[in-house]
Design a protein. Structure first.
Length: 217
């Protein structure tokens, strides 16, 4: 399973990248706004900086909602760097644009996915990645992990090549459950990634080893 970080914060991207386990970055307009990135030029420049920091796929989201606008915006984003993946919302014109991007050699990440039906449509259109928002599904009293497992099953029996990119991850256990359910990628906030390190027995065991090591000095 690939690990992406879900943020536009450059310090967090740097920290995750330095761990050596980062395969890419996802962003969205909310995450860009959170970092105070304002204006088209600044947004494009921010994506370029991220591409220069991380050698992996970088999702950059369109804000147009009509076919022509999505295509024009996507072409501009894709021109920033070869690693850019154009993030397109799961709407009718989005599906149409994903097919256009596929036919024109531009990779896509279909975002705001909440059902298996949407997952099938995105795969049929030729999306490179599919982003089910598992935390938001959990918020609505459904089980986000069940959706990952269902889509993994469908893609496997149908031979779809679209990669399942589990998004809206809220905890370290979400990452473990996504790996178990068959996600190809997890895009996570930094604390969820770092949380995977934690186990009290590791801390106790290390303290004991270091204590005993003093006896051998
Ligand atoms: O990758 C999608 C993600 O940024 C949304 O997360 O926590 O706002 O549901 P959240």
């Amino acid at each position: 399973m690939k690990f992406f970080i879900d943020t536009a914060n450059l310090d967090q991207i740097k920290e995750a990248n330095e761990l050596g386990i980062l395969d890419g970055v996802t962003t969205n307009p909310s995450l860009m706004a959170k970092e105070g990135v304002k204006g088209e030029a600044a947004v494009m420049n921010h994506y370029k900086t991220i591409c220069e920091m991380v050698d992996g796929d970088i999702s950059a989201e369109v804000i147009s909602t009509d076919f022509k606008g999505i295509v024009e915006e996507g072409k501009k984003l894709a021109a920033i760097h070869p690693n850019i993946v154009v993030k397109v919302p799961m709407i009718k014109d989005g599906v149409k644009a994903i097919k256009w991007f596929k036919d024109n050699g531009i990779r896509t990440n279909c975002t705001l996915v909440f059902s298996a039906g949407q997952a099938i449509l995105a795969a049929k259109a030729g999306a490179t990645y599919l982003s089910p928002f598992i935390g938001r599904i959990d918020d609505s009293n459904w089980d986000g992990i069940d959706l990952i497992a269902q889509v993994a099953h469908i893609y496997s029996v149908q031979g779809f090549k679209t990669e399942i990119l589990a998004a809206s991850i809220r905890s370290s256990i979400h990452i473990v459950k996504c790996a178990e359910a068959g996600a190809d990628v997890c895009t996570c906030p930094l604390p969820s990634i770092l949380g995977l390190l934690n186990h009290p027995l590791t801390d106790i065991g290390l303290a004991k080893f270091l204590e005993d090591a003093k006896k051998t000095q």
